[in-house]
Design a protein around this ligand. Structure first.
Ligand code: IMP
Ligand code: MG
Length: 175
């Protein structure tokens, strides 16, 4: 498996991330948002998005969640137990790389509500056009894409290709 066709160029990503940053700035001005980045996939998206957020009172934290092996979701989510009291009474904005089956973000949002978050919203760079296995909607989506496995700009295949500058479709080796 290797990165193939470019789905989203650096320019496309950059301009869409700026638009999202402007929309989020309007929505969260004066609201003391807690931005919760989902590692490792949201690494670049989170950093670029935060650079376009013009909010003096925003706080930032991260959680490491994992459910994938290769190109398949295992259905088991590791890392949720690391979340604690910092969410109590807060407006939380989850920032993640991609919405696929929906299991990760549904479980994370449910956990945040259980921990006493006052509001939970979701911002993803990508959403796959497919039927979610659990009902969950993103409040902000960068791009809606076909149901293909993608890598780059934080997204990995077994830990590889996160550092590609573009989002590319994973291709099978032909040789
Ligand atoms: P979900 O729980 O199936 O919605 O999957 C969410 C997580 O799986 C994402 O946060 C990614 O880390 C990973 N994932 C899903 N689809 C892809 C993909 O196409 N490329 C890389 N990672 C993916
Ligand atoms: Mg992820």
């Amino acid at each position: 498996m290797k990165p193939g066709r470019i789905l989203l160029s650096q320019t496309q990503i950059r301009s869409r991330v700026r638009e999202l940053g402007r929309a989020l700035t309007r929505r969260y001005r004066g609201k003391n948002v807690l931005v919760l980045g989902v590692m490792n996939g949201a690494l670049f998206f989170l950093a670029d998005l935060l650079r376009s957020l013009k909010l003096d009172d925003a706080q930032i934290t991260c959680v490491s969640l994992a459910s994938y092996t290769g190109t398949k979701s295992t259905g088991l989510l590791r890392g949720l137990d690391d979340l604690g009291g910092e969410c109590l009474g807060r407006r939380v904005l989850i920032v993640d790389d991609i919405l696929d089956t929906g299991r990760t973000l549904a479980a994370l949002a449910a956990r945040l509500r259980k921990l006493g978050a006052a509001e939970v919203k979701i911002c993803v760079l990508l959403a796959k056009r497919r039927r979610r296995e659990v009902p969950v909607r993103a409040d902000w989506t960068g791009f809606t894409i076909a149901d293909e496995f993608v890598v780059g700009y934080g997204l990995d295949y077994n830990g590889r290709y996160r550092n590609l500058k573009q989002v590319r479709v994973l291709e099978k080796f032909t040789k």
